[in-house]
Design a protein around this ligand. Structure first.
Ligand code: FDA
Length: 389
């Protein structure tokens, strides 16, 4: 079978590319349905983009690489498409846009766009050997027990990363990249809960609080969640993408900076109460109990000197913890790293070492923050490759 363009992976990036790559497109996926990660994303409502998406929200060895595609196919372009299909949406927080009804609306929209473009979709299709004969790619695809040699002038790899293997993530993109002479950077789980080898937070599992978390990158101010195995919640997930094994993280439990002044005032009006009682007005009770043990917080507020209060506030604003690991690809929302952008064109996503070969979406070394950025990268990179084909 001969097609102009074969796309491997019917996820967000692959479907977007299929809708924009012109005629003669075949999209293959081993899953039983397209866009499975879209379906489960955002708690079933898909955080499909972010109003404030820009290059600064992405992690890559080359922070400039994502600029061209993000600038040419923006969050506003995707929003126009969503609006054209009459999909109701709302901004949840921090520019994050979600469907009002269901993530399935986004999948249906992408399927309709692909059909309009005349793209064929093969599901439950296993990709076997991939070769290039000097002019075309030849890819063995097995579907329903029948193997077909598909020849294609263009091969687009949109097979995602390694996150959530039970949903079909395989890392195929990295193998194809290596086969055609492209480098692949170190990869690791991102947007992932962090774990601790001791049972440190077990007693307060389920407690949430608000704070900033930094782990070698920017500090993220959002919710934190204490779990049986460690720490989760948006602030932790965001920071986890900058965390390296062995590093410590820094949590600021009083990010608005008003605690010190407030404690001094309270010392005058209610100095006979325990420091922990006062802290419990700012932080969850169970967390205060744990902090009291870890930071030896004792005594009444009235007995604390200015220096002691300053020291306490400094401790609460710089709570340093050393995670032993992360929950890994099993629960990570994304894979950090991937196909080295040095081997790709930033305007077309085409490989420099092999004509007709493209890499888009999560398999590329471009990873977004939590909040709709990763889908925006899938739309922008998929669109950029589609335009170039
Ligand atoms: P994606 O992983 O979507 O697609 C790859 C496709 O390739 C899959 O369909 C897979 O079956 C197929 N494939 C893989 N190997 C293959 C092989 N060997 N042969 C054939 N097919 C193969 N992002 C965001 O912006 N907003 C959000 O709300 C969320 N929420 C979210 C929740 C959860 C639970 C997860 C795990 C992830 C998110 N994300 C997110 C991240 C987002 O889902 C992710 O970045 C994009 O889906 C990446 O799109 P891709 O198309 O690159 O890969």
């Amino acid at each position: 079978m001969d097609v102009k363009t074969l796309i491997i992976g019917a996820g967000a990036a692959g479907m977007m590319c299929a809708a924009h790559a012109g005629s003669g497109v075949l999209l293959v996926d081993h899953a039983k349905a397209p866009g499975e990660k879209i379906r489960i994303s955002g708690g079933g409502r898909c955080n499909f983009t972010n109003l404030y998406a820009g290059p600064e929200n992405f992690i890559s060895q080359n922070p400039h690489f994502c600029k061209s595609a993000l600038k040419r196919y923006t969050q506003w372009d995707f929003l126009d498409l969503v609006n054209a299909y009459g999909i109701a949406w709302h901004e949840k927080t921090l520019g994050q846009l979600f469907c009002d009804n269901s993530a399935k609306d986004i999948i249906a929209m992408l399927r309709a766009e692909m059909e309009k473009a005349g793209a064929q979709l093969w599901l439950r299709a296993e990709v076997g050997e991939i070769t290039h004969d000097g002019s075309s790619f030849c890819v063995r695809v097995t579907k329903d027990g029948k193997t077909t040699n598909v020849t294609a002038r263009n091969l687009v790899v949109a097979s995602g990363g390694k996150s959530i293997p039970k949903m079909g993530a395989t890392g195929l993109g990295y193998r194809v990249a290596a086969q055609f002479g492209l480098d692949v950077t170190d990869i690791r789980p991102g947007l992932v809960p962090l774990t601790f080898s001791d049972d440190r937070f077990k007693a307060i599992a389920g407690t949430t609080t608000h704070g900033t978390v930094a782990a070698g990158g920017p500090a993220f101010e959002e919710a934190l969640l204490f779990t049986h195995r460690g720490l989760s919640g948006p602030a932790i997930l965001q920071a986890s993408s900058y965390w390296q094994e062995g590093d410590s993280i820094c949590i600021n439990l009083c990010p608005d900076g008003t605690l010190q002044e407030w404690l001094r005032t309270q010392r005058q009006v209610a100095g006979r109460k325990a420091v922990t009682t006062h802290l419990a007005q700012h932080l969850p009770n169970r967390l205060v109990g744990l902090l009291a043990e870890e930071m030896q917080i004792t005594g009444n507020l009235g007995d604390q000197s200015d220096a002691a209060l300053d020291e306490l506030c400094t401790l609460l604003a710089n709570w340093r913890l050393r995670p032993s690991g992360s929950e890994g690809y099993r629960t990570a929302e994304v894979t950090l790293g991937g196909v080295d952008t040095a081997g790709l064109s930033s305007s077309t996503m085409a490989a420099k070492t092999q004509a007709g070969l493209y890499f888009i979406g999560e398999c590329v070394d471009v990873t977004g923050w939590l909040g709709g950025y990763n889908f925006q990268w899938a739309w922008s990179s998929g669109w950029a490759a589609g335009q170039a084909i």
